[in-house]
Design a protein around this ligand. Structure first.
Ligand SMILES: [Zn+2]
Length: 97
């Protein structure tokens, strides 16, 4: 059961990454490794259970894609530290996936 659930989470993650363009959305980067979903706008999930389970994060991304950006680990860190703003990245965020 656990494996099946993990497989589904993996597939969901892959699908979401493809929908976000399959690469880091920082136009100065475009990396395809270590991709992560970064909060661009606060969602209910971020307020209640920030940084909790991976699964919750994934379903939150699919529910609120406009609140997330796909970034590589390095850009995610720069983004979270405030060194890079979403506007600086010229993020074209998908709406209503
Ligand atoms: Zn990047």
């Amino acid at each position: 059961v656990t494996n099946k659930r993990n497989d589904r989470a993996k597939r969901q993650r892959k699908t979401l990454i493809e929908r976000f363009g399959g690469k880091c959305q920082n136009p100065n980067c475009g990396s395809t490794s270590e991709l992560q979903f970064a909060h661009v706008e606060p969602t209910k999930l971020s307020a209640i259970s920030r940084g909790r389970g991976r699964k919750e994060r994934l379903s939150d991304v699919s529910k609120h894609p406009e609140c997330y950006a796909l970034l590589c680990e390095e850009c995610h860190r720069a983004f979270d530290s405030g060194a890079v703003l979403p506007e600086d990245m010229g993020l074209a965020r998908p709406k209503n996936l």
